[in-house]
Design a protein around this ligand. Structure first.
Ligand code: 13P
Ligand code: SF4
Length: 317
């Protein structure tokens, strides 16, 4: 392998990460949307729900969260005594950014008789104005546990909110937020792909728009789509979510074909989340070596935000 100017080959980085992990009693967690090489070195790979659950029960002293900022924040809120590192502080989330905490708190205040449900893709400050946090993996299950006539605010993802309204028959009041990756998949291009691959099943993340949800053979979180592909008997799938998930799909089902769905603008790699791709082997190594960048959450906000996150974990057991 060709060494870089500073001698850090990928192999060397992997060995150093492994050594530092043991030395610091660290756990490397990664979301399915991260680069293949990050998923390869992770101790634990999962969707947002699995990452939160794993963070809540780990006995590691240090968590390196290879994902985006809100995932690190959730881990820190659940484990305030642990060091939570995120390889790149710039790994944000357009969906979380579509929900300003001050505006959201005002919206909540304007609807005092509503229960507030927030997607985990939010800042700690938004979670602090929330009654129950959900992920795409448990939103339906949690909403169905509330009385049928309960008035509910759901934020920030309007596409996920519309999906949950459709499957539960509720009429939740939706915040108008979206993810820049999932909101841009093209129905027309996926129709074309279906014509070219008539036997392929369509797997859709609920952050995609309603028309895409309607043509899906399965709508679900990244973990649910992976699970479906493993149990289902089709040979070919069109995958309508961030394309990083294909790595684990191909690893779990090597005999099947997974095709990444294109977004509206095929000139760019719009089916990729640039934030997730900021996690690199070198940054994981540097984070472990230097003990930074470290996630910190304001104590007053964390004290409020932990309650709806714990409620989510209890209600989705
Ligand atoms: P999951 O809940 O499927 O992990 O989705 C998280 C996410 O960021 C989707 O864009
Ligand atoms: Fe956020 Fe979208 Fe990236 Fe998921 S894919 S982390 S929702 S920007």
């Amino acid at each position: 392998m060709k060494p870089t100017a500073d001698g850090m080959t990928d192999q060397w980085l992997r060995e150093e990460i492994s050594r530092l992990k043991k030395e610091k009693n660290a756990l490397i967690m990664a979301h399915y949307y991260t680069r293949d090489e990050i998923q390869e070195i992770a101790d634990f790979i999962g969707d947002s729900l699995a990452l939160a659950r794993q963070a809540a029960k780990t006995d590691a002293d240090v968590i390196v969260m290879c994902g985006v900022h809100f995932m690190g924040e959730t881990a820190k809120i659940l484990c305030p005594g642990k060091t939570v590192l995120i390889p790149d502080m710039a790994a944000g989330c357009s969906l979380a950014d579509s929900c300003d905490p001050v505006e959201f708190a005002a919206f909540v205040k304007d609807h005092p008789d509503h229960t507030v449900i927030s997607y985990v893709n939010t800042s700690a400050a938004v979670k602090a104005s929330t009654d129950i946090v959900v992920t795409s993996g448990n939103a339906r299950k949690i909403v169905e546990q509330l009385p049928e006539d309960e008035k509910i605010i759901f934020g920030p993802d309007r596409n996920l909110g519309e999906y949950i309204n459709s499957v539960t028959g509720r009429n939740m009041l939706l915040w108008n937020g979206a993810c820049h990756v999932h909101d841009r998949f093209s129905l027309q291009k996926i129709d074309e792909m279906k014509r070219q691959h008539p036997g392929a099943k369509v797997l859709v993340h609920p952050e995609c728009r309603r028309p895409l949800q309607l043509i899906a053979d399965k709508v679900g979180s990244t973990a649910a789509l992976l699970d479906f592909a493993q149990k289902d008997d089709a040979r070919e799938y069109i995958v309508v979510t961030e394309s990083g998930i294909l790595f684990e799909m191909r690893r779990k089902c090597p005999e099947k074909t997974f095709l990444a769905a294109p977004a509206e603008d095929s000139e760019c790699q719009c089916n990729q989340c640039d934030f997730m791709k900021l996690n690199t082997l070198r940054k994981v190594y540097e984070a472990l070596r230097d003990g930074k960048p470290e996630i910190r959450v304001d104590a007053e906000i964390a004290e409020k935000a932990v309650l709806p996150i714990k409620r989510m974990l209890e209600m989705s057991e």
